[in-house]
Design a protein around this ligand. Structure first.
Ligand SMILES: Cc1cc2nc3c(=O)[nH]c(=O)nc-3n(C[C@H](O)[C@H](O)[C@H](O)COP(=O)(O)OP(=O)(O)OC[C@H]3O[C@@H](n4cnc5c(N)ncnc54)[C@H](O)[C@@H]3O)c2cc1C
Length: 581
């Protein structure tokens, strides 16, 4: 890395985000001989969703069932996504999944093996065969974190932490680097790069109830959008149905393994199993969004739990089986329950849906290119891999590792042919002014207050069940915040050292932009498909809506288009027939 001038850095490849997708991209680019700078607005290994990940990661290696392979994985992902996936992209990633997932094991992540030395693989909703590898100890996040940080050390890659990227710089239409704030001292820094990779994660913080980390504010999506890239499928946000809802003290217990490892049953407040009433073909084993919606509907019918959820229980299973399984697959859950005096074998947990994963995002092709020359995107910041729904069992970590591989290699190779482009000083100066204005405004609206308002609006108007009236109302409220509050945002306190108010303000503006795009896309899609459910259009309409909604910024205006997905390999069984959600 070159320090060309004070507050200016020069690298071949800039990677924004240091978690599974960003770290993998940085390692691959470094292996090609490029100078790489990986930055994060937090600390590496605990700044994104990656460290929170559960045990699973999908790889079609066929250890548990030799019938599983890349073709079957491809077909499961496309069917799960209700055909809105970019099939060329999915095809490339599933073909890389076996090798790239196992690389992380070589770097130090521990995965459970069976007695004969094969990897343990479990079958979860959406997969035709057992495909989900399981991290030792039940917390994949800790394993991925350890392995990636160790590989960084081995390769001598030093991330820059607490560095918030606020703008991408363009030169003659090409990505030329970025502006960021060093949060430790408030310095505004220009990074000049030949290629840039966004690995900034999702935007789950748009919603009131979410299990995503506080930094999941979709910064990379707005960075790319303002730089001219398209965003797609912004109406699709995955809800996870098995989040502990209460009572107080129990909300932070990850009870997912009760469902995934033990097939726990779901009950309503009358003690009735209800899932099959909503998803009859799935024998009580539905994908996440239809399951979440079933819980929502039971609450609407007055059969929910006190906090708006349902009950999850393994009381029907032999107690020794429950204990042995959890000891092997999720030991933390056993010890946590013991500490809190909960009898896992007898008691039911109150659970319910939370926003968990962003299905849409930066539109990329099978090379992870955004269409803005020199700008790539990877991991959860992207759209087009999962389509309308992500299948269970660990595809996100798999996509992080595989997109990281594709983009990291290509970005480094491209950088060899390029020189640094001159950065338009005016662009950097404008960004500097924007941040200085935020710091200096004494009175106004706090970013944290805007975030709270956005969360409530999105949860109520753009949640599990949507309709025209609610979406229009939501859009009106968000546009009011955009016009009245955002221009008056201020940063409380004058400190330049880790001023949380500045981070809140920058993130709040991004969330307002993304909320408007999500609501507008949800309003435009007049059908129901997996994660997007319209009460006023309750069935899928393949004839009109086998489309991705793509939005771009053209001359300052938002332009929405409905575009046919890349479907070179697999078509829906009958294109004209409405598919049930
Ligand atoms: C509770 C939970 C459990 C999950 N369990 C699983 C599982 O078992 N299996 C599975 O496959 N998936 C799971 N997922 C999903 C998966 O963890 C994520 O999709 C994946 O880790 C995302 O990786 P990423 O690298 O794309 O983004 P993230 O891990 O979110 O990282 C984003 C990075 O970008 C940085 N960043 C963002 N904005 C900026 C900015 N403006 N400037 C600088 N840096 C920035 C962040 O600081 C961070 O370093 C789970 C998710 C959650 C929330």
């Amino acid at each position: 890395m070159d320090c060309a001038a004070e507050n200016e850095l020069k690298v071949d490849v800039l990677v924004v985000g240091t978690e599974v997708a960003g770290a993998k991209a940085a390692i691959e680019a470094h292996a090609q001989g490029a100078t790489v700078l990986a930055v994060t607005k937090g600390a590496m290994g605990r700044s994104g969703a990656t460290v929170l990940a559960g045990a699973g990661v999908q790889a079609p290696i066929g250890h548990a069932d030799p019938r599983d392979n890349e073709e079957v994985f491809f077909s499961d992902v496309v069917k799960g996504g209700a055909f809105l996936n970019n099939q060329k992209l999915v095809e490339r990633l599933v073909n890389l999944a076996g090798s790239e997932v196992l690389k992380i094991e070589q770097w130090g992540a521990k995965l459970i093996k069976t007695r004969d030395g094969k990897f343990l693989q479990k079958q979860l909703p959406g997969s035709s065969y057992p495909r989900s590898l399981a991290a030792v100890g039940g917390s994949g996040g800790l394993q991925w974190r350890k392995a990636l940080r160790e590989e960084f050390k081995r390769q001598g890659i030093a991330p820059i932490e607490d560095f918030f990227v606020t703008k991408l710089l363009l030169s003659r239409g090409r990505a030329a680097g970025a502006v960021g704030v060093s949060l430790a001292d408030g310095r505004i820094v220009v990074v000049r790069s030949k290629t840039t990779i966004l690995a900034t994660g999702g935007c789950g913080q748009l919603f009131r109830r979410t299990d995503t980390p506080s930094g999941a504010t979709g910064d990379g999506m707005t960075l790319a959008f303002h730089a001219g890239a398209g965003l797609q499928d912004m109406e699709f946000h995955q809800f996870f149905p098995y989040h502990a809802y209460g009572p107080p003290g129990r909300e932070h217990i990850a009870v997912g393994p009760l469902r995934y490892a033990l097939h726990a049953k779901l009950y309503n407040s009358r003690g009735e199993e209800f899932l099959e009433n909503y998803i009859p073909s799935n024998k009580g084993w539905g994908l996440r969004d239809p399951t979440s919606r079933a819980i929502f509907m039971e609450n609407e019918a007055g059969r929910g739990s006190p906090s708006g959820g349902a009950y999850l229980s393994v009381a029907h299973l032999p107690h020794n089986m429950v204990r042995d399984t959890l000891k092997a697959l999720a030991p933390y859950l056993l010890s946590k329950a013991e500490k809190l005096g909960i009898d896992l074998c007898r008691e039911a947990f109150e659970i319910g849906p939370v926003v968990h994963y962003t299905l849409g995002g930066i539109r990329i092709d099978e090379g992870c290119e955004t269409g803005v020359p020199g700008l790539m995107a990877v991991g959860e910041s992207t759209g087009g891999i999962d389509g309308a729904e992500r299948i269970d069992g660990g595809t996100a970590i798999c996509w992080g590792l595989t997109t990281g591989h594709v983009a990291g290699k290509a970005a480094a190779e491209r950088a060899k042919e390029l020189d640094w482009l001159p950065v338009e000083r005016e662009e950097a100066a404008l960004e500097r002014n924007r941040i200085e204005t935020l710091y200096s405004r004494r009175e106004g609206v706090k970013g944290c207050d805007i975030k709270e308002k956005v969360k409530d609006i999105m949860w109520e108007k753009c949640g599990l069940v949507r309709d025209r009236a609610g979406l229009e109302e939501g859009l009106k409220l968000i546009r009011r915040i955009k016009e009245d509050d955002v221009p008056r945002m201020s940063v409380p306190g004058q400190s330049r050292c880790f001023n949380v108010g500045l981070v809140d303000a920058l993130e709040a503006e991004n969330l307002v932009t993304l909320a408007e795009l999500a609501l507008s896309s949800a309003l435009m899609r007049e059908e129901s498909r997996r994660a997007h459910y319209r009460r006023d259009f309750p069935v899928a309409n393949n004839r009109h809506w086998l489309k991705n909604i793509v939005v771009r910024r053209v001359d300052g205006k938002y332009v929405f288009d409905a575009v046919t997905p890349v479907m070179h390999k697999m078509q829906p069984p009958d294109e004209a027939a409405p598919e049930q959600n």
